[in-house]
Write a protein that binds this ligand. Sequence first.
Ligand code: DMJ
Length: 851
Amino acid sequence: MSIYYFLVVLVFTIEYVTTEEETLLGMTRAERLSLREESRNMFYHAYDAYMDNAYPADELMPLSCKGRWRGVTPSRGDMDDVLGNFSLTLVDSLDTLVVMGDFSEFSRAVKLIINDVTFDHDIIVSVFETNIRVLGGLLSAHVLATTLKYEVPVLQWYNGELLAMAEDLGRRLLPAFNTSTGIPHGRINLRHGIKGLSESRETCTACAGTMILEMAALSRLTGQPLFEQKAHRAMDRLWKIRHRASDLMGTVINIHNGDWVRKDSGVGAGIDSYYEYCLKAYILLGDEKYLARFNRHYNAVMKYISRGPIMLAVHMHRPHLQSRNFMDALLAFWPGLQVLLGDVRPAVETHEMLYQVMQRHTFIPEAFTSDFQVHWGQHPLRPEFLESTYFLHRATGDDHYLQVGKMVLKALQQHTRVPCGYAAVNDVRTRVQEDRMDSFVLAETFKYLYMLFGDDKDLPVKLEDYVLTTEAHFLPLSLATNGRNSTHLNIKIDDDDEDKYRKTCPNTASLVAEKLRQPMRQMLGSTAARPPARLRPLNDPRQIHALSDMGISVLTLPDGRVQLLYTTNTARSARDAAEGLTFMREMSKWNTLGDTENGVVAAGVKINDKIFPAGPGHFGKDISGTDRYVGTPVFVTPIDACTAVENKEEIEGKFAIATRGQCTFAQKVRFIQEAGATFALILDNVKDSSYETTALFAMSGDGKDDIDIPAVFLYSLEGLYLTEALRDDPELTVVIGELRSMKQEFENFCDNESCEPITNANILPGDKESFDHLRKVLSQLVAQFELSLSNEDPSLKTCSDNTQDVYVAKEFVSEDTCEQNVSTVSNDVKEDTKSSGKHTNDAEKNKSGDF
Ligand code: DMJ
């Protein structure tokens, strides 16, 4: 029988510590109103920039300060399917003007749209985006104009023109539903329908399942039932293809046969607004079947996808198996939906998790790992986090959410405001901007920001009379023909789950939310942990289930390692939770970086007069203690050291430098050792990374015990510093050792002698600053465990045994390995392994390339 071992890898994560005082700070009415005015100003800064420099184009390009036109501006590929040369941004912004009470500009804008916008273009657009942004925008503006025209003199001219435009657009979208399944095509030609698109086969679940509100509203406002019928049929088909056992949905569907193309199931990208529209279809239309469907999905999500505050996608047909170890920014809408449902407690928790991510990276990146590292650094000024912040503030009355909103507002102002609008962030780590301002920034981001700081009673319409669509457009509850339409819903919960997923009514006592957030902060941000003293054999997969009962999730990382995450409220009982805590404490028995028994400690690399933190290796000579390694670094050829070193003579007796990627850390160091080097320095290949912004980690080994030389890992900015220092002085010597003791030596030195001011510190802070920073890091340290699977004999690693126990063990084997040995694995597993590989996009790839 194979015996699996966990090797322990320690990840240190720098935490922002939010003090009690900060989070309990209230906000004065004056400050709140001033933030509301700042939000209004932000909207107009963007809106005016668009109207003055881009209209009637679809979008403003805020850096080049001109319009983005479909077919004229260089294409960005699929992303441009949102553009139809139909003045997208203005249509999407109309009801934000109403929210801000600017009826004269609203009236002017509606007139412009009536006069200037046509949909008769030979342009292929996304059905989903056109529906939620353009159709939804027109319907919302029509409803608001009609409602307000008797009270607002400037709107009295309005006579349903926007509804006629909406009907025209709706008819152009209808051919998309002409499939044998009723699931709509993902794209359509505005003039020619699906002509020329017959080869299109796939659409996302959210794309097909986010039509019902707008289509039903169009039908009910025009008296033409066809739109609504088509959308109901699509929803019925989606419900039919859910996984019957798990009640989960995948993310990509074949529109012609209804088969799942991608079976990963989360609540973010590809699926988000399908769930939203199940609930909102019930609220808007009063049709109980949508509530029943939503409840089934909701229970499934809370059972399989929610890990305490963390939401990680699983395989829909194997819901105990995670399909990814990262989350995406779109899932930030989920707490808002939970508030609408009345399930405030988990909403508070997931929101708090997102807030931690936001504090760490200033913005929520498009994708982030379960230990909150950036997976995909883009941030296109999305609204979802603000949307949830708004709903949580309304549900709890807790000023904490105003403070969160303020932080988002200030970050937007500081990093994204440009003279011509607001520019998306290309990478939250570098904050480099992008020439992009999506229409949802005006339709949603600034709308929710403004509404957060304002009072609902000051809005020109009563919010409780409307449902906000996924694009924050207003659809009136008066469209309901029967049934309930209250936002206070009863959800049916399976008996077994009742305690865990029980509905929590919105509670206006702010301290309740704080009581929930505080343990979240502790759990997510302040538990210092150290690895166990010895390798832990794990040859009984039932241990995974035992851990799960104790509230400890074993999260699989793409490189085969697994990570332990402890969340009290996922434990089976209070007693299990206590045991889980004990287990984690045991795992965490070392509380400071300096303890070294069989563990790993952070390394320090002294280059000139600076000492930089570096990640140690789980292989090779241990650098802990007071030993110091002194040597001259030389770059190896090939630079990735994934094959035998070619410049052996230069390397012999020196410290070899190689770059990360292409093969494992251990493989590199093995080649370096063979070449006669005495130390290996591996530099990160992710641009602009630094220990200041990214968690230090220890390089994992591969279970073999043949590496004797020590090795450390430096992030790119520190690597760049080293490279430049070597350029200045090829004979430069560096000193490497245990960070803590090197730091103490430096501090003693500084206490006794006068420390020279640090020069040449344009890239990184000077030593004193570094150490101040480091001290902060050490005192706020979070250490999470990542456990690497290693097998004494790789040939024993198998995927072919189809017993349940071994199946669990298989979670720790890379998919590639499984693919090769898959012959006796069930079809389900085989199919899924393939599909998840085939459809992995760039963002999902292991960017660093090591494993
Ligand atoms: C918006 O267009 C909508 O909120 C949609 O449901 C998801 N994507 C964007 C905002 O991020």
